[in-house]
Design a protein around this ligand. Sequence first.
Ligand code: PLP
Length: 401
Amino acid sequence: MSSHAFDTAGLDRCPFMPVFGAPAVMFERGSGTELFDSNGKRYLDFLSGIAVVSLGHANPVIAAAVTEQMNRLVHVSNFFANDAATSAAVAVNTLLREATGASGQVFFCNSGAEANEAAIKLARKFGGRGRHVVVSALGSFHGRTLAALAATGQPAKHEPFQPMPDGFRHVPFGDLDALRATLDSSCAAVLIETVQGEGGVIPASSEYLRGIRQLCDERGMLMMIDEVQTGFARTGEWFGFQHAGVVPDVVTMAKAMGNGFPVGACWARTEVAAVFQPGDHGSTYSGTAIAGAAVNAVISEMRRLDAPAMARTKGDHLASALEGLDGVVAVRGQGLLRAADLGARDAKAVYLEMLSRGVVTNAVNANSLRLAPPLTVSIAEIDEMVSVLAAVLADGIGVPS
Ligand SMILES: *Cc1c(COP(=O)(O)O)cnc(C)c1O
């Protein structure tokens, strides 16, 4: 058996920079929840490319929309407008107005990290000189570019790249007193996830999120929510903050927004967005027609399917099925963003065995398995995944020796 997937492509070594571990499988095609590797083996995908292909692999509606746009108009630069990105911006602003009651404006970019970069620059300009600090949580994940990495509350990820950009501070997640204690006149914004995704699928309590809103109001600071993983219906609401009934000033999004077409966005209330002037920020690829087509197709398809309801119903089914398993000590998360806590078991061993039995999951930390299937997953596919997990756990996989 080869130790990596690249010799199936006739390569004797990895052609990519070694920033990712050796991949175990080479995938060739997908359809809905299913993936097929280069040997034709079928898998059920309970990761969705990390909460990205929420409408399923090779979704025909999204494929048709992107293909049609590709054949009509792809990109014209921001010296000009294009109809696809304009309607996508209106669609995003409408979603956010429905979720917040506020009118706002959007900046399109290509990834979650870039969406957070835009939010951080917006916070700095909003705060003004000397009032530029962005406070975020320990265990958070906000991306890999330098400022997004500095906001990420994982010191081990900072270490090889010191010095980090200035102006970031971290507090324990869920601890309102710690946040209150750290806020001073140099702070411009709080940046927070409603569920820490990469951090292990750890939901923030509604009280915590409401407390952050109140602190930000008291001090004239921005509440910025990173919905890159939780947004676009993943948790059972369009955005995670809706569970807590809080209204953020700034929302960042990406992952599911293009169903795999790379696109992200930073949205802000109009009064906040107004601090940006022409020249303050940009990207060659901001608001391309082709990304606009992907976003339009995703939003209209998610509305047609009532994606939040799909995530709620099927997420409840998944959670109760997991709770009934021997070997699962707790289930965390919301909607179809879940983690099964496997107690003392090694989640990586369970993940690898699941993979060999044809189910893609993710060992999000040492003892937890993350499950984030497409929102279009069927109840039968959930039951199939759960029975594979039950068998893997019954076989004692991952139990410490
Ligand atoms: C994935 C993720 C990011 C980074 O997104 P990229 O597209 O990888 O840059 C940022 N924030 C959260 C919450 C994420 O889950």
